[in-house]
Ligand binder design. Structure first.
Ligand code: SF4
Ligand code: FE
Length: 507
């Protein structure tokens, strides 16, 4: 193995729950590793025989593959060295050892957003590993449990084979007004249905699972604060994606069936896409070695808050995707012959300003990381929530501006098959071109990319996921309210206003 992305020299043997295999090195290796797993995947009313070969799923697999190739091209960006072992590992599997590590995650995410123009799906696992690293340590301190050591062994095994780990947090939730134990069907939140010698059996479903079919393992986690009567829902564990008890139902995305039309232009981004699916876990046995919380309900909130703090600044990925959209908007303005018109330039400046504001809050959150008692590094939660809250708004404004610059042809452009038609194609090429020197096809491709990102397939990743991924806007407002220290701010104001006694009738 030539790459520095994974190590084959690690002497530690594979644990009993992980079949030995050579580490994945390249994107091509990764794609090969997904073949023949016999997953139960449903899409458009059919069981998918081989996800790797399905035209709707393949772009999402390509996006994950790009993370492996970036690790080979830019090891300083997309890999990290584990201090304890000296092993170089993929950054998506790395437990942070400094604030610089946390910052580097963001830089890698922006770059991957730029390269793929979509969600590359690996951040949930990275953020889950890092959140759990601390929470398992805290649980062990409180209860004398063995979770932290198990998690470390799991992470080391994932690093050695260089696998993709997904994080499964969002339960389907049933009646949103009720706690897990109050639901008429307790399976609305993933739970332990029984305990057997050597492990637990879990059941439930996780919604909106980013890249789950493209993962090798998923880490199941509770979705919210839990109480004493939710004990059976306080379960954190790792499950292999090819476990026969798992069923995946892929969500529909706008314009997804364009990938079935056999073209290369109308899809907008032919190479890359995101993936969201519903995972149903039907009585899945999990051995003790892969259980990282079982019943310690009082630590569910700690885990969720740590995870969301990491994940809400991971959304700087959208600044990378925004870079692509700004580029596409600038291209179409150029192709239309108006790149220097002042309002066009001003709209591009506005887009850049919004985009860098997203990045600014996220990267600041990472720079402000501090060491946890477990020894890894955790980013600033307030700034991360501000980053994600900006992400629930600014991409929509960026999309509006891109559509403004694109013009109405964005929504009325004929199909690439009409452009290829011998009868009407030459007429379309004559009438739908822009300035001299630019082909009608180049113009169509730029428009289709903007369509893809603002109302087509990758609008799921750029807009809807920006709204709801890592928690909907209200979830960030709750965290911002908790951390805004308004009493301290009032004290500052009192001091400068000279208010020493605010009781009516006082001095
Ligand atoms: Fe990563 Fe962004 Fe996708 Fe979340 S939405 S997995 S942060 S690329
Ligand atoms: Fe997400």
């Amino acid at each position: 193995m030539s790459s520095a992305d994974a190590s084959s020299s690690e002497p530690e043997p594979s644990p009993s729950w992980l079949p030995p295999r050579p580490p994945i090195v390249s994107g091509e290796d990764y794609i090969a590793s997904l073949r023949g797993r016999g997953l139960r995947v449903f899409l458009l009313g059919e069981r998918v025989a081989e996800p790797v070969d399905h035209p709707i799923l393949r772009p999402s697999i390509n996006a994950v593959a790009r993370t492996y190739d970036l690790a080979r091209e830019r090891p300083e960006l997309a890999t990290a060295v584990v201090r304890e072992t000296g092993q170089r590992v993929n950054r998506f599997l790395h437990v942070t050892e400094s604030a610089a590590d946390v910052v580097q995650q963001n830089k890698m995410q922006r770059r991957l957003g730029q390269l793929t123009g979509t969600c590359f799906q690996r951040c949930v696992g990275m953020d889950a590993i890092n959140a759990l690293y601390t929470t398992t340590w805290l649980i062990d301190q409180a209860h004398g449990t063995p979770y932290h050591g198990r998690l470390r062994a799991f992470v080391r095994a994932m690093q050695r084979q260089n696998l993709v780990v997904g994080g499964a947090m969002t339960d389907v939730k049933g009646d949103r007004g009720k706690a897990p134990h109050e639901q008429s069907d307790p399976d609305m939140f993933v739970r332990v249905v029984r305990r057997e010698p050597g492990g637990v059996v879990i059941r439930g479903a996780k919604a909106h699972q980013t890249g789950c079919i493209n993962s090798h393992w998923i880490v199941v986690m509770p979705t919210m604060r839990l109480g004493p009567r939710d004990r059976d829902h306080a379960i954190v564990c790792a499950v292999p994606v090819d476990h026969p008890g798992l069923t995946f139902v892929v969500g529909r995305q706008s314009c997804d069936t364009r990938a079935l039309e056999g073209g290369a232009v109308d899809v907008g981004n032919a190479r890359y896409g995101g993936q969201e699916a519903l995972i149903i876990l039907d009585d899945v046995f999990v051995p003790d070695e892969l259980v990282f919380m079982d019943g310690e309900f009082e630590f569910a909130a700690d885990l969720v808050e740590r995870f969301t703090a990491y994940h809400r600044r991971s959304y700087v990925c959208k600044a990378g995707v925004g870079d692509v959209l700004i580029g596409a908007a600038a291209l179409i303005a150029d192709y239309n012959g108006v790149p220097q018109v002042s309002h066009v330039r001003d709209k591009l400046v506005e887009m850049a300003h919004l985009n860098e504001t997203i990045y600014g809050a996220g990267i600041a959150a990472s720079h402000e990381s501090t060491a946890t008692p477990a020894g890894n590094w955790q980013n600033d939660a307030m700034l991360a929530n501000v980053c994600k809250h900006n992400v629930t708004r600014f991409p929509y404004e960026l999309a509006r501006l891109a559509q403004d610059l694109a013009g109405g042809l964005l929504a009325t452009l004929p199909s690439e098959h009409d452009f290829a038609d011998p009868e009407v194609g030459p007429l379309l090429k004559k009438y739908l071109r822009g300035r001299d020197g630019v082909s009608a096809e180049a113009r169509a491709r730029a428009l289709r990319l903007i369509e893809n990102m603002t109302m087509g397939r990758n609008a799921v990743g750029y807009l809807t996921e920006s709204m709801h991924g890592a928690g909907s806007p209200q979830a960030q407002r709750i965290q911002i309210a908790r951390q805004m220290q308004v009493e301290d701010k009032k004290a500052l104001a009192r001091a400068l206003a000279g208010i020493t006694d605010e009781v009516e009738g006082g001095a």
